[in-house]
Design a protein around this ligand. Structure first.
Ligand code: AMP
Length: 422
C-alpha cells in the first residue's frame, strides 16, 4: 500500500490551535479596548502592495527590502510584495484617502499579519503579527510622549516583568550625511576588527551598525563611534528633552540609549524600543519612532508623524503562563433518536433567547462518552435530554462543579440556569 505524504505548514509559519486562540482573542480584545480608550481608530490595509511602496518607503539598503521581502511578479506583470511592515501601507492609505483633510491630527491603529523572509527562531517568524499605532499631523513632543506612553502603559497593564524603555533621537535628516561621514572616518582604522555584517552596513546603511549584537563590535562602537544624538541641532535637542521631561511627568521610566537608531530608513528624531527579559534573546516587544518625511516621500504633503509597531507573538511569549479559558456554558447530552428535534430546538432557544454558549451532542454517543466530553469542555452545566425527559417535558440539569442534579420542566430551564449561576 502506498502511503500518502502529509503536507506540513511552511517553515517560519505557525498554526494557532484552539488553546492558543483563546489567549490571542483575550489580548486582541485588550488592544482594541486600550487603543479606543486613547482615541485611536482602526485601519486595515490589503495583504499585498506594489513593491515600490516598500522600496521607496523603507529603503533599498535595509535588510527588510534587500533580503526579506516575499516579492513576485503576477501574471499581469505587476511587481507585488506581501507586506513586510505596516507603516508604509498605512501612510499610503492616509495619502490616498486624504485623511489629513478631515482632521488636523489622525490617530490610527492596526492589528495585522506581516511577512518577512527571516531565519526562523523563537520569537522570530516568517509570518507574524503586529499591532501598532500611527499618529499623523503633530510635530510636537506631547505627541511623542502620548505614543510612547501608550506602548509603555499597555505592557505595564499586563504586568510584564523587567520592562525597559530605551529612547534616543536621531534628529532631522539634514544631520544624517555629516554625521555618517564622521562615523565612517572614526571607524576607518578599525574596519578589520569589525564583523562582516558591520563592514557591509558601514558601506550601505551605516546607522545600522549599532544594531550589531556581536560583543566585540559593540565594544569598538562604545570606544570609537560618535553618537548621532550628540550631533543634534538645537531645536531637535530641545524637542528630545521636552519628550523626556513629559515622560518624567507621566512617571514613565526610560533609558537614553545613544545607540538606538532602528533599522528602517524612514525614522527621524525620536526612536524608541521596549524590551523585556521575559523574552530571551529576541527581547524587543515593540519599536517605533518619528517619521516626519515619509508622507512627503510617498507623494503626500509635509505631514509629521510618529508611531510604533509591537510584535504579537513576543507579547504572547511574555504571557506564556497566563491561564485563560473560554469554555462553553452548557453541554446538551442527547440520548435516543426521538429527542434530536427537541434537542436542536432547545439549543437554539438557550443560545438565541438567553445568550448561553451551548454545545450539542451530534455524534450520537452513549451517556458516559457524552458526560466525559462535557467534563473535557469544562462546561458549567450538562443538560440531559433522554426519551423519558422528553415525554415528561423536562430535562435533567447537572451542575458540573457541585455534582447537584435536578429535573427542570422545559419552560423553567432558562430561569433555573439564571437563578443558579453555578
Ligand atoms: P519592526 O517592525 O522590525 O520594528 O518590529 C517591531 C516589533 O515586531 C519587534 O519589536 C518585535 O516585537 C516584532 N517582530 C519583528 N520581526 C519579527 C519576526 N520576524 N517575528 C516575530 N516578531 C517580530
Amino acid at each position: 500500500m502506498t502511503s500518502i505524504s502529509r503536507i506540513q505548514n511552511i517553515k517560519g509559519t505557525h498554526d494557532l490551535l484552539p488553546g492558543d486562540t483563546v489567549k490571542w482573542q483575550f489580548v486582541e480584545k485588550k488592544i482594541h479596548k486600550f487603543l479606543h480608550l486613547h482615541g485611536y481608530a482602526e485601519i486595515r490595509t490589503p495583504a499585498f502592495e506594489a513593491s515600490d511602496l516598500f522600496i521607496r518607503g523603507i529603503g533599498d539598503d535595509t535588510d527588510v527590502v534587500s533580503k526579506e521581502m516575499f516579492r513576485w511578479t503576477d501574471l499581469g506583470g505587476n511587481d507585488l510584495t506581501l507586506k513586510p511592515e505596516l507603516t508604509a501601507p498605512v501612510v499610503r492609505a492616509f495619502i490616498q484617502h486624504q485623511l489629513g483633510r478631515k482632521s488636523a491630527v489622525n490617530r490610527l491603529y492596526y492589528l495585522d499579519s506581516l511577512f518577512r523572509r527571516e531565519r526562523p527562531q523563537k520569537g522570530r517568524q516568517r509570518q507574524f503579527n503586529q499591532f501598532g499605532i500611527e499618529a499623523f499631523g503633530s510635530p510636537h513632543p506631547e505627541m511623542d510622549a502620548e505614543v510612547i506612553s501608550i506602548a509603555y502603559n499597555f505592557y505595564k497593564e499586563f504586568v510584564i516583568k523587567d520592562l525597559c524603555l530605551n529612547i534616543n533621537s536621531i534628529g532631522s535628516p539634514d544631520i544624517r550625511k555629516p554625521y555618517l561621514d564622521t562615523l565612517k572616518s572614526a571607524l576607518s582604522s578599525v574596519t578589520d576588527e569589525l564583523c562582516k555584517t558591520c563592514n557591509y552596513r558601514l558601506d550601505k546603511n551605516a546607522l545600522r551598525i549599532f544594531d550589531c549584537k556581536n560583543p566585540s563590535c559593540q565594544k569598538i562602537l562604545d570606544d570609537q563611534a560618535p553618537f548621532i544624538s550628540d550631533f543634534l541641532a538645537e531645536d531637535d535637542q530641545n524637542q528630545f528633552y521636552s519628550v523626556l521631561s513629559l515622560l518624567d511627568s507621566l512617571g514613565i521610566p526610560y533609558t537614553h540609549d545613544k545607540k538606538l537608531v532602528r533599522g528602517l530608513d524612514y525614522y527621524t528624531h525620536t526612536t524608541f524600543e521596549i524590551t523585556s527579559s521575559a523574552l530571551g534573546s529576541q527581547d524587543a516587544l515593540c519599536g517605533g519612532g518619528r517619521y516626519n518625511k515619509l508622507v512627503e516621500q510617498l507623494g503626500g504633503g509635509s505631514v509629521p508623524a510618529i508611531g510604533f509597531a509591537a510584535g504579537m507573538e513576543r507579547l504572547l511569549i511574555a504571557l506564556e503562563n497566563i491561564d485563560i479559558e473560554n469554555n462553553p456554558d452548557i453541554y446538551l447530552v442527547l440520548l435516543g433518536e426521538r429527542v434530536l428535534q427537541q434537542g436542536s430546538k432547545l439549543a437554539q432557544l438557550l443560545r438565541m433567547d438567553a445568550g448561553f454558549s451551548v454545545v450539542i451532542e451530534t455524534a450520537r454517543r452513549g451517556m458516559k462518552a457524552q458526560m466525559k466530553e462535557a467534563n473535557r469542555k469544562k462546561v458549567k452545566w450538562a443538560l440531559l435530554l433522554g426519551e423519558n425527559e422528553l415525554d415528561a417535558g423536562s430535562v435533567q440539569i447537572k451542575d458540573m462543579a457541585s455534582g447537584k442534579q435536578e429535573n427542570v420542566p422545559f419552560e423553567m430551564i432558562i430561569s433555573y440556569l439564571k437563578d443558579n449561576p453555578g
